[in-house]
Design a protein around this ligand. Structure first.
Ligand code: CDP
Length: 711
């Protein structure tokens, strides 16, 4: 069956001649759909539509590789929707919520469908943490990997789906590795009544290792879990059955490579290494803007939200002082926690006589395609999660990217026409970069992954089919961590607490904190939910990067600051905001707090409160938080952090961590900054110029016995 493009030009002509409705009466959705069809047909993947559909009629699994922008994420689900086997939904997973939301929006437009919950007629929706925007009629559902994992805990056979498209596999997040393992187990288990088709998509040519992964049966014994191997980066041209599979499993997996469009990109390096990349980026942006003719937007790769906001201010300041004959500059930040409304602006073409400058984290490397870009400025760094086994700490560290990341970044300049890429590092530094970024599973805390496996009934986690098996020591460490958290029994089986924690859309640590707060002895569930809601969104406090701004903020927020530290300060802020009934926006401005972030906090709070209803049916509602409750709240955090994220003051007046005995300073953003207290609990360990604890509260050492003594 051919998937007829929904052009229907002939039909509309016929209608014009007859008495039927005139084209003008077409709905705006239908008009937009027609317009977008032309660009869809120009995508490299369009000509492969028949192959892709045919392949999934013959095989259960398709491994599809193709350059970013070739049309994989938007088109493949639409190609498959009308296939005879596709009677259920199609899930399309994304590593990031920004991508899930923007893809759903785009595909809804392309299909002429309303988006998500807005209408029962909607065919496309998305589901990301704390935001489920789907309707009963949803057929294509974009969702984060974590959300599909959550769904698998509730319905192990994924019975409402006919197809799972696992996108952006090259990013190799822990969640995607888990998902691939679970899907492989599901296919092998024979638990499905109807067929389930799997499409695994990647922007790099790693098809061989993926197809081998799926065509090698999962070994039953423990040792063989090491048997999964990485293939060479051999490129598959065209379409082929998987040649690696043994005759018995042959034809389960097929592979396909879509050639993308790539115009030449001129590469520039700097001659001498620079210390100040923000300044180097600023100079480069302004130079490009003033010297290079329009059109052509500029995409700058930076490390994180704070540094992006800092650069944004500087660029806007300089751009504001340019003589009027220069085109305008529109600076747009792009990072994972970006709110929805701001995301949308990235995809819009710049207004006339305006050049866009997008300041992005590595999210624009492959996850999000920004149209109009002709110039790329690459700082060569990214913030990556790093788990340090010895210290038992997971932290976000600014690290040099890999060669393949640098090449992806460069490629972004040549999508629509010839472009230029400016690397703010030397050629020698490039040569010294690692070839590929290590999969996250080799460098992160595995307790979340292990708990998810346990909750899905994988008792022997060492024999789980991993694409890349993690370090055994790291797995053992997380098993121990989960045991200490009280989520596993001595025999390693998941217990009731563990099952409850696994079902919450939170890390095991935060989940355990919530569960502790629901114990009648603590009874501070609502307060803890408020704090955790704040930790789940972008920073609620507007950034203060100068001393002057910090002082101003200190004054504006003085009524909210709590001397016990940041946790209770966050709580005070949420409660004050929620209690404000007249003008919340004004309240937020006066207190230098982000109104947008606070709206998100209230949304998360609502959803978490609903999800936690069964944990404590009648939690105490308080208008003020007395001292006992304050103590209980912090004790819940101590329970969840169980020995981690705690530091005590030493005689030399520095704080040292409990686990690892490492010196750590209180971050300047904390209300405890500059104060010396007996001990502190903190949410995050970050390393910038030195080791900092962020999100810090004062605790008493004598509380530890009470907390750790109880189960
Ligand atoms: O998945 P892949 O990177 O191969 O491509 P895609 O995400 O399907 O994007 C194909 C094209 O759709 C892009 O080049 C954009 O022009 C467009 N697109 C868009 O305008 N807005 C989005 N949110 C996603 C894609």
């Amino acid at each position: 069956m051919e998937n007829k493009p929904p052009t229907d030009v002939s039909n509309s002509k016929k209608r014009k001649r007859s008495d039927g409705p005139k084209p003008q009466s077409q709905s705006p959705l239908a008009i937009k759909k027609q317009k977008l069809l032309v660009s869809r047909q120009n995508l490299p993947i369009w000509s492969r539509q028949k192959d892709i559909r045919e392949s999934l009629r013959q095989h259960s699994i398709l491994v599809l590789s193709g350059e970013t922008g070739s049309g994989k994420s938007t088109q493949v689900p639409q190609f498959l929707l009308t296939e005879p086997w596709c009677t259920g939904k199609i899930a399309v997973t994304q590593p990031r919520r920004v991508a899930a939301i923007s893809l759903a929006r785009r595909v809804a437009e392309e299909m002429g469908s309303p988006l998500g919950a807005s209408s029962p007629a909607s065919k496309v929706g998305y589901s990301v943490r704390f935001d489920d925007n789907t309707s009963a009629g949803t057929r294509i559902k974009y969702l984060t990997e974590g959300m599909l994992l959550q769904e698998m805990l509730r319905d192990g056979a994924l019975s409402q789906y006919s197809c799972v498209v696992v996108d952006e596999v090259h990013e190799r997040s822990v969640d995607v590795d888990l998902l691939l393992g679970f899907l492989k187990q599901l296919l092998e288990s024979g638990k499905r009544k109807k067929p389930l088709k799997i499409v695994v998509m990647s922007a790099t040519a790693d098809v061989e290792s993926l197809s081998r992964f799926f065509s090698t049966p999962t070994p039953k014994s423990e040792e063989t879990s090491n048997g999964t191997v990485h293939g060479d980066d051999e490129e598959f041209q065209g379409f082929s059955d998987d040649e690696q599979s043994t005759p018995a499993e042959k034809s389960q997996v097929s592979t396909c490579r879509v050639e993308g469009r790539q115009y030449p990109v001129k590469l520039h390096y700097i001659d001498k290494p620079t210390e100040d990349v923000v300044d180097a980026a600023l100079q480069r942006i302004m130079h490009l803007h003033c010297k290079e003719p329009m059109p052509g937007d500029i995409l700058v790769f930076m490390t994180g939200q704070e540094i992006i906001h800092g650069l944004q201010k500087l660029v806007e300041e300089l751009a504001g002082n340019l003589p009027p004959e220069y085109p305008r500059l529109l600076v747009l930040p792009l990072f994972a926690a970006l709110p929805q409304a701001a995301q949308q602006r990235i995809f819009e073409r710049a207004p006339p006589n305006t050049r866009k400058v997008i300041l992005s984290t590595n999210i624009a490397e492959t996850s999000v395609t920004v149209p109009g870009v002709r110039y790329v400025v690459d700082t060569g760094k990214a913030k990556i999660k790093q788990y340090r086994n010895r210290l038992g700490l997971e932290s976000l560290l600014v690290k040099p990217i890999s060669k393949s990341s640098a090449d992806q970044r460069k490629g972004r300049a040549g999508r629509e026409a010839a472009g230029q890429c400016f690397r703010l590092y030397t050629q020698q530094s490039y040569e010294e970069l690692e070839k590929d970024t290590k999969p996250e599973i080799l460098r992160c805390d595995l307790s979340n992954a292990v708990l998810k496996m346990k909750a899905r009934g994988v008792d022997d986690v060492f024999s789980f089919p991993f694409l890349t098996p993690p370090n055994r020591e790291a797995m053992e460490k997380s098993l121990l961590q989960l045991l200490l958290l009280g989520t596993l029994n001595e025999d390693g089986k998941i217990n009731d607490i563990g099952r409850k924690v696994a079902r919450l859309p939170l890390t095991p640590t935060l989940g355990r904190i919530v569960l502790e707060a629901a114990r009648p002895e603590r009874d501070c569930l609502l307060e803890v939910i408020d704090i955790i809601a704040c930790l789940s969104v972008e920073n609620i406090f507007l950034p203060t990067d100068t001393e002057e701004a910090r002082e101003k903020a200190l004054e504006a927020r003085s009524q909210l600051h709590r001397r016990q530290g940041d946790h209770l300060t966050l709580l005070a802020a949420v409660q004050a905001y929620a209690a404000e009934t007249s003008d919340r926006k004004r309240w937020a401005t006066t207190h230098l707090i982000s109104h947008r972030a606070m709206q998100n906090v209230l949304n998360v709070r609502k959803q978490l409160t609903t999800q936690c209803k069964s944990l404590l049916p009648n939690p105490t509602v308080r208008s003020t938080v007395d001292e006992d409750t304050q103590e209980n709240i912090l004790k819940c955090f101590l329970k969840g952090y169980h020995g981690n994220n705690i530091a005590r003051l030493c005689p030399d007046k520095t704080y040292k961590t409990f686990a690892g005995n490492q010196t750590v300073a209180i971050h300047p953003s904390s209300v405890l900054f500059g104060r010396k207290v007996e001990a502190v609990v903190y949410n995050e360990f970050v390393f910038t110029t030195k080791a900092y604890a962020r999100g810090v509260s004062a605790i008493q050492l004598k509380w530890l016995e009470d907390v750790w003594g109880s189960s």
